[in-house]
Design a protein around this ligand. Structure first.
Ligand code: 5AD
Ligand code: SF4
Length: 473
């Protein structure tokens, strides 16, 4: 009999990829994915620890499972990923009916661990070593990257894929839990990455997003041969079938000229860069140990504009970090206004036990002030995003059609048409009406309207042949 699997994922693209790979490995062993925890034999949560709120949400979700476990004690409940590594056995204390706690470095063990628990083994905890108190190579080995071969039908979209090129982080920004829970920075050999992308291309994948916490710090040494991200992009560009290459997240100090040159000159490279600034105040950046000043960030932006004049740039900001004064916040607002990011992800500072930030600085900005600053910065960013998108009205963009839009069900389309969504080479989301057969195609779309987050357009199908034209007209 098939076992039923339910999985919930929170957090970043790295987690989405991890979940995809865990699901793939379990499907290969006969598990069937279901959409409700109530129907499942195995319930997994792939978790995030970046902010306290994300962890608390998982504990609430686990709380709601208590009665499922009471009704059916055979149900296996697992907590995976960053919170598993962060809280370790404490998860069992807060939720004693959890069977498995598995860190991001042990995901490959999940099928075996599930078998053991099903056979009656007690609770299992599998996590990596602490970053202190062990030899460097032991720690690195304990954070094992999980990149098994995947099959196309298991990917969320056949036309796009995330490909991990780096795990962990060595930057140790003082607010951030990632270096603790994801371990030391380790870069995957280019050979393995190229093989994976070739395989994805042969399966019809057209867009690859390379993942790393500081993806542009990627560097792999093999004897005398050094491969940087720019070298990797060049090699990946040669793979037939791949049309678009993106990479996230970039670290401002590692935005080197060779990389920007590659982005500017390689036809397949998306002109989109996510380079979090975090704050516009030098005092705060220093306390965050970000390793750059506002002036240096600005200089980096001007180099981006030099090599990739039409680049869209997005950023992250933390508001209400320890000691952030009104004057610091004014500087952050000024930076957002000056840089005109395509969009910014704005977060209220959440103190993370175990970080240098929590150890050395008091979380002294009241929640009310954090909220106020968050809203204010968001308003500024949204106005900029809206204004920039208005300039795009009337223009035509090549759009990789990803699938039905989020509102496809609610949208009143006529005949065989549905509301579709896709992205430009600059990472703008474009929504338009079209035949679902267009999904996976790259087609020109003319924009007729825009808000701060979305461009609305009309697909131009004339040049792709009468068949498609007829279907979508
Ligand atoms: N509190 C709030 N935001 C945080 N981020 C990372 N750590 C914290 C924290 N402790 C934000 C940063 C980062 C993004 C992924 O999450 O802006 O770039
Ligand atoms: Fe966290 Fe800083 Fe590493 Fe980004 S660079 S993952 S913010 S420690």
């Amino acid at each position: 009999m098939k076992k039923h699997l339910y999985i919930e994922t929170v957090g970043c693209q790295m987690n989405l990829l991890d979940s995809e790979l865990v699901v793939a490995s379990l499907r290969r062993r006969g598990y069937k994915l279901v959409d409700r925890a109530q129907k499942a034999d195995v319930i997994l949560f792939n978790t995030c620890s970046v902010r306290e709120h994300a962890e608390e949400k998982i504990y609430s979700a686990l709380g709601r499972l208590k009665h499922i476990k009471r009704q059916n004690p055979q149900t296996i409940i697992g907590v995976l990923g960053c919170m598993a590594q962060n809280h370790q056995a404490n998860v069992f204390q807060r939720a004693p009916y959890v069977d498995l706690v598995v860190g991001p470095g042990q995901l490959h063990q999940i099928p075996g661990l599930l078998d053991e628990v099903a056979e009656g083994t007690a609770q299992r905890l599998e996590v990596s070593l602490d970053r202190k108190g062990f030899a460097k190579n032991e720690i690195e080995q304990s954070f094992e990257a999980y990149d098994p071969l995947r099959t196309p039908e298991m990917r969320p979209s056949p036309y796009q894929a995330f490909v991990r090129i780096q795990i962990g982080c060595d930057k140790f920004c003082t607010y951030c839990i990632v270096p603790k829970v994801r371990g030391p920075e380790q870069c995957r050999p280019p050979k393995a990455i190229i093989a994976e992308v070739r395989q994805l291309a042969s399966e019809g994948c057209r867009e690859i997003t390379l993942l790393g916490q500081t993806v542009n710090s990627y560097q792999h040494q093999n004897g005398s041969i050094t491969t940087r991200l720019s070298d990797l992009l060049l090699q990946l560009s040669d793979i037939d079938g791949i049309e678009r290459l993106k990479f996230v997240t970039s670290y401002p100090c590692d935005m080197t000229d060779d990389l920007l040159q590659a982005v500017g000159s390689l036809r397949k490279c998306s002109h989109y860069l996510h380079v979090p600034a975090q704050s516009g105040s030098n005092d705060i950046l220093k306390r965050m140990k970000r390793g750059y000043t506002v002036e240096q960030y600005r200089e980096m932006l001007s180099r981006i504009r030099h090599y990739v004049p039409d680049a869209t740039i997005t950023s992250d900001f933390i508001v209400g970090f320890s000691g952030e004064t009104e004057a610091d916040f004014v500087l952050t607002k000024a930076l957002v206004e000056e840089c005109r990011f395509k969009n910014s992800f704005i977060f209220k500072y959440s103190e993370r036990p175990g970080t240098k930030g929590a150890m050395h600085h008091v979380d002294d900005v009241p929640e009310r002030v954090k909220k106020q600053r968050n809203n204010e910065l968001l308003d500024i960013q949204n106005t900029i995003s809206y204004e920039d998108n208005q300039v795009r009205v009337g223009k035509q963009y090549e759009v990789l059609i990803e699938g039905p839009s989020k509102n496809a069900d609610k949208h009143n389309s006529s005949g065989p048409l549905v509301q579709l969504a896709g992205r430009t080479m600059w990472d703008h989301i474009v929504v338009f009406e079209g035949n679902p057969r267009l999904i996976g195609e790259i087609l020109p779309v003319t924009i007729y309207e825009a808000n701060a987050f979305t461009l609305f357009g009309e697909v131009q199908t004339e040049h792709v042949g009468p068949e498609v034209y007829q279907l979508s007209s």
